[in-house]
Ligand binder design. Structure first.
Ligand SMILES: *Cc1c(COP(=O)(O)O)cnc(C)c1O
Length: 220
């Protein structure tokens, strides 16, 4: 077994069936993704549209592609034909654009609302109030080619485990509260949280999707 295969297998055992693993392949060459694919793994996460499209074009078509990085509205059209889950929706305008491009491709695209949970200034995401505004907006029901299936968050980059834990706990709680917005195109079930440094903590706090890169592929 290659070390990539061993790492994936170990992480999948650690997170159990409680969560799905997205292998974050950003910056890794296509050969590394090909090797990972050949070991049987099918769920890849990229943070840049262009890089994801290039890799999509070169690799087998039964891969599940997850966009985990910030998405600009003018780039939605490039990924709309094939993306599996967009983790990083942070505005209503973006949601409308995803809906429009999904419709052109005769698809329903699953999306997570990215919520700002860290204490740092630099990360993207919606406040709780902004997420509520989107979920309670009258016109959301018109977006028939998207489905909001959960929330995503990135914890603070800190050694303080109790802080990270409380940020994860808050996001999980919010996802449960948001059950009240259930609709034809809204069903908040997934919580995408946890990266190489904190995925075990995230799963303990109820993560259902972990996004892990360096713990699988080594440092970037
Ligand atoms: C890069 C990245 C990850 C994975 O980070 P690692 O620390 O390498 O596991 C997870 N989520 C997002 C949004 C990322 O950009």
């Amino acid at each position: 077994m290659s070390s990539i295969e061993q790492n994936i297998s170990r992480i999948e055992q650690e997170i159990t069936d409680a969560a799905r693993l997205v292998a974050v392949t950003k910056t890794k060459p296509v050969a590394v993704l090909q090797e990972t694919y050949e070991s049987g793994f099918r769920r890849f996460g990229e943070n840049k549209v262009q890089e994801m499209v290039e890799k999509y074009n070169l690799l087998p078509k039964d891969i599940e592609w997850h966009l985990i990085g910030h998405l600009q509205t003018n780039k939605v059209k490039y990924i709309a034909p094939f993306v599996s889950l967009i983790h990083s929706v942070d505005s209503y305008k973006l949601l409308k654009e995803i809906n429009k491009e999904a419709k052109k491709n005769d698809r329903v695209i699953c999306c997570l609302l990215q919520i700002f949970i860290a204490s740092e200034e630099t990360k993207f995401g919606l406040s709780e109030e902004e997420a509520v505004e989107i979920l309670s907006s009258e016109s959301l029901a018109d977006l028939k080619n998207i489905k909001i299936t959960g929330l995503m968050g990135m914890a603070s980059n800190t050694e303080d485990e109790s802080q990270v834990r409380s940020e994860f706990r808050g996001l999980k709680k919010l996802s449960l509260d948001f059950g009240k917005y259930d609709a034809e195109n809204v069903s908040i079930k997934d919580v995408s949280m946890g990266m190489s440094g904190d995925y075990l903590l995230a799963v303990e706090e109820g993560s259902t999707i972990v996004r892990v890169g360096s713990a699988i592929f080594g440092n970037r």
